[in-house]
Design a protein around this ligand. Structure first.
Ligand code: ADP
Length: 200
């Protein structure tokens, strides 16, 4: 299963991606984590992306696409993956589709995490990452509005909205049932509750 999680900064995608990856036994590929790893290790790539991240701006597509292509080429990503923080632009979405097409695959599900601004602010405050300062958060929220439009425009019919309020466990359960419902839908099962099926 190939899943994309999108949502504003602080919404908890990273936490849920890790849990879901463990449940589904597929890798969790987070561009933010990959970039932070490179920055922590002072690699050439880390040096190239640091200023963008510190300012709350997107890293240029060319760099981001390279790092994702590398992540997706891992053997354990052949059967599926969870992408967290990618794609964030229309160009990135097109590149992802092209990579998947060469192996006869496509994105199966896009989950959009939603949460009100007050809850987002308190989660970001609790996390306290170095790019979680007021100005940078505000910029990342603005950038997210554009990102969201690009992703919804590209993947519209396969996007499912997920209420990201509540505890980690509650959100995790909601995420699994949202994915379950989508899988049943794609198999032509009309309603999980009624048990009535349509199609094949
Ligand atoms: P958040 O979702 O809280 O913004 P991430 O860890 O996903 O945090 O990303 C942190 C930063 O890494 C972003 O603000 C951006 O600078 C950079 N980044 C991550 N993913 C991408 C991407 N797909 N394209 C461009 N920049 C990215």
């Amino acid at each position: 299963m190939r899943i994309i999680l999108i949502g504003p900064p602080g919404v908890g995608k990273g936490t849920q991606s890790s849990l879901l990856a463990r449940t589904l036994k597929i890798p969790h590929i987070s561009t933010g984590d990959l970039f932070r790893w490179h920055i922590a290790n002072s690699s050439t790539l880390g040096k190239a992306v640091k200023a963008h991240i510190d300012a709350g701006e997107l890293v240029p597509d060319s760099i981001t696409e390279l790092i994702v292509a590398e992540g997706l080429s891992r053997d354990d990503a052949a059967a599926g993956f969870i992408l967290d923080g990618f794609p964030r632009t229309h160009d990135q979405a097109r590149v992802l589709d092209a990579i998947l097409e060469t192996r006869g695959d496509k994105v199966d599900h896009v989950i959009e995490f939603t949460l009100d601004n007050a809850d987002l602010a308190s989660r970001l405050l609790a996390r306290g990452r170095s790019d979680d300062t007021d100005d940078v958060i505000r910029r990342r929220l603005d950038v997210y509005v554009q990102e969201r439009a690009a992703i919804l425009g590209h993947y519209g019919p396969i996007v499912t909205e997920l209420d990201a309020s509540g505890s980690v466990e509650e959100i995790g359960e909601r995420l699994l049932s949202a994915l379950g419902a989508r899988i049943l839908q794609s198999l032509g099962v009309r309603s999980a509750r009624s048990g009535h099926t349509v199609g094949g």
